[in-house]
Design a protein around this ligand. Sequence first.
Ligand SMILES: Cc1cc2nc3c(=O)[nH]c(=O)nc-3n(C[C@H](O)[C@H](O)[C@H](O)COP(=O)(O)OP(=O)(O)OC[C@H]3O[C@@H](n4cnc5c(N)ncnc54)[C@H](O)[C@@H]3O)c2cc1C
Length: 399
Amino acid sequence: MTDQENSFDVVVVGGGPAGLAAAIALSQTGVRTALVARHVPYADNRTTALLGGSVDFLDEIGVWSACRDRAAGLKAMRLVDDTGRLIRAPEVRFVADEIGLDVFGYNIANEVLVDALEERARAIEGLVRIAEDAESVRSDAQSVTITTTSGRTLSAQLAVGADGRHSLCRGAAGIGVSRRALQQTALTFNITHARPHHNVSTEFHTPHGPCVFVPLPGDRSSVVWVAAPKEAERLHGLDDDALSAAAERQSHAIFGRVHVEPGRHMFPLGIERPQRYAQNRIALIGEAAHVVPPIGAQGLNLGLRDGIDIAEVVRQARAAGEDLGAPQVIARYCAARRADILSRTFVIDVANRSLLSDLLPVQSMRAVGMHLIGGIGPLRRLAMREGLAPSWRTTRRAG
Ligand SMILES: Cc1cc2nc3c(=O)[nH]c(=O)nc-3n(C[C@H](O)[C@H](O)[C@H](O)COP(=O)(O)OP(=O)(O)OC[C@H]3O[C@@H](n4cnc5c(N)ncnc54)[C@H](O)[C@@H]3O)c2cc1C
């Protein structure tokens, strides 16, 4: 291997959905990009409700055409208070039509999305795939050096850490992280059902967290059932018939008979906040940069916006003839991401806490809030628009 073959403008570490999308977007800006990621089949049955600009972004990077027919449009969202408490919030229904949209977004199996991203990444000649893990990442004033498990040494002006919750890149950048474990676990599985979902996503708010039924193509839905850890374990251990019956009860039979499909996974929930989003020639994206509970379908939507922003910051730096890992470029990426990530994390945390709280004043405030959102048109439309993507965000486009 020559020095030239191991020298890049940007090296992306991690081939989950956030890393793949960012690597494609970066290479589309014309910078020499490498992706350090083993080829591993996607291992769980999570789905993603792609909201706001996520679908446009996937379209721009040439991925959406392979996803469109395998995703279900989300025309409406119902929030149902299923706490059984004395003070209950009224049902709130958000309809995309009310803000001039056909759909809020599309729900897609992560496995399908990752396959489409992999296929597109393979088709881009300028994107070099190094199918290994990164073993070490080191940066100095001139460059960042990534050593892979086989001992290959890559150098770049900038490394993008898309290496998930236990990010090696984050540690290498010297960025600390605060972690708060929540006493909640999400159980995920898919169901087929007798009655159609009509492209409506339904969220039942229980005292332990939401149980969400999100449409998939056909008479199928994905289920994210957030429960106390012991209850999630109990549900996970049920046989198919018993879990089908439990899901039917929890859905208040709105889909008629329910059958669980093979495959279920559990995710202990938590909130993770790094001190900053980039430092020392290393920028963080996806779950390396933020972990939030699956409330309001925000996690990967945020991760894709990280990808949009790092590609745009790099494109502008290249156009200005700057070093792509220079402190001012790193600072621009942090500034671009801060408000979006902090505001989303805060809102999700407050929504989750207000649902779990045993305090009557908190329950009352939540009920009043839902009542106002449900009953006042302009407030409801504002909530819908902000739920999709931050309105203050200027549209950034790389490429
Ligand atoms: C139950 C549940 C439901 C969710 N639903 C939604 C939703 O509806 N909408 C939404 O927007 N978000 C949702 N999310 C969040 C979303 O799933 C995550 O944000 C997303 O999957 C994270 O993707 P990622 O690429 O950042 O991380 P990961 O998928 O964890 O990818 C990280 C990758 O880096 C690799 N890696 C790690 N270390 C190294 C190394 N040293 N070298 C090379 N590679 C390395 C790993 O192998 C992995 O492939 C949900 C989350 C949960 C738990």
